[in-house]
Design a protein around this ligand. Structure first.
Ligand code: SF4
Length: 396
């Protein structure tokens, strides 16, 4: 096949179609139809206690020449590609990424979308000029894991970013012209901190106002530190019913309010913060306390020009003054909940704030079924029991 033609048209003659491009182990579900291009390997941070994605991989920056070789081969395999996804976990750490993106534009001129995972702390750390250069080179969308907006929870799971830093990182990306897709991990507060997890995540989402909010549900993977905490009894996983209540509370708090940071917390927020005292005070398990992670581990020493500061701009100003919507998607099997062998909840999908009431009704119906169901389970629960699960239903 080497040097052959594709699609009836002559291809770049020196292309080695038989070269097998390196493929990343993970991509977001929304990138299922994208060509996957690996620009780095592994995760430079690799410390989040719930994550097992790249634990066995050493972080590496791939050489631009090797990436280009992959691109030429991928072009032969996918001549009609319209969407390209860059992996692994934080491609924006690649020092030559603008050049790589330009190569992608040259080799895939029809591509309408080039997207990448990025850590919010990386988005915050990069200079605005660098982000704009990446956008101008042709990178269009960023997928970033917020996981939680609660500071104690972020510290506990060693996410390496604080809520205000996450807001700043997200806003910097939007300011540079990217579409931002934020991920929240339901269940990350466990049974004890679900309210704090929901209300604080909603606050961070409101203040960032991304284009997409994607929901995932925590699945405790054996061998991860959070799974060890569960085994030791220091982390109580949230039940399926609690997870549904948590998503409901999150959705309830996702109004399009302006300057939410400057508004006094609603009475519900204030009381939920009081109720969630276990997340803020003396009752915290040791790992929850501040100081578990040193500030220098959060790498806040390389801040850019600081054009945007959290709380200084209204969220309707973030996207050029337009009142824009957030698309909320539960595009992952981990969102599913079963009761008595029936799927009672498959996630919520719609636009915020317009669809909020409809989404709340879906959640209310699922909560009622979860209250009365005999055997209510979700993928996280099944994983906890050490059983296998599939996309289509629990292995009972
Ligand atoms: S969640 Fe993301 S940042 Fe954290 S270790 Fe996993 S890949 Fe790295």
């Amino acid at each position: 096949m080497c040097g052959e033609f594709y699609d009836g048209r002559p291809f770049i003659e020196e292309v080695e179609i038989c070269h097998e491009p390196e493929q990343p182990p993970y991509r977001p579900p929304s990138e299922a139809h994208s060509v996957l291009v690996r620009v780095t390997r592994g995760c430079a941070w690799n410390r989040c206690s719930f994550c097992g994605m790249y634990k066995r991989l050493r972080f590496e920056i791939r050489k631009p020449d090797d990436i280009e070789r992959d691109l030429l081969s991928l072009r032969a395999f996918y001549p009609k590609a319209r969407s390209i996804f860059l992996a692994d976990s934080d491609s924006l750490t690649h020092p030559k990424l603008p050049t790589v993106v330009e190569s992608i534009r040259r080799i895939f001129p029809e591509a309408e979308r080039i997207t990448s995972y990025a850590r919010l702390t990386t988005l915050r750390r990069l200079k605005p000029g660098r982000l704009r250069a990446l956008r101008e080179a042709g990178l269009t969308r960023i997928h970033a894991g917020l996981e939680s907006g609660s500071e104690p929870i972020l510290l506990r799971v060693r996410k390496g970013v604080r809520p205000e830093q996450a807001i700043e990182g997200g806003r910097r990306a939007i300011e540079a012209g990217f579409e931002l897709s934020l991920y929240v991990l339901s269940g990350l507060g466990g049974e004890d901190c679900w309210e704090d997890h929901a209300t604080e995540s909603a606050r961070v989402v409101r203040e960032t106002w991304p284009h997409f909010l994607r929901l995932r549900s925590l699945v405790l993977l054996p061998g991860t530190p959070l799974s060890d905490e569960q085994q030791a009894g220091t982390f109580r996983p949230a039940s399926p019913l609690t997870r549904l209540r948590e998503i409901r509370l999150l959705t309830e708090h996702l109004s399009h309010q302006k300057t939410s940071r400057d508004l006094a917390p609603s009475s519900h927020q204030a009381s939920s913060r009081r109720r969630a005292g276990a997340c803020h005070g003396e009752d915290c398990p040791p790992a929850l306390r501040e100081g578990e992670m040193r500030d220098d581990e959060i790498r806040n020493d390389e801040i850019g020009d600081g054009e945007i500061r959290g709380g200084e701009i209204r969220n309707d100003e973030i996207r050029g003054g337009e009142i824009s919507e957030i698309e909320i998607a539960s595009d992952h099997f981990s969102n599913m909940v079963w009761a008595d062998r029936e799927i009672i909840y498959g996630g919520i999908n719609g636009f915020l704030p317009a669809d909020r009431q409809m989404l709340l009704r879906i959640l209310d119906a699922a909560i009622e079924k979860a209250k009365t169901g005999q055997r209510v389970i979700d993928p996280g629960t099944i994983a906890l029991r050490g059983k296998q699960f599939s996309l289509y239903g629990p292995a009972l």
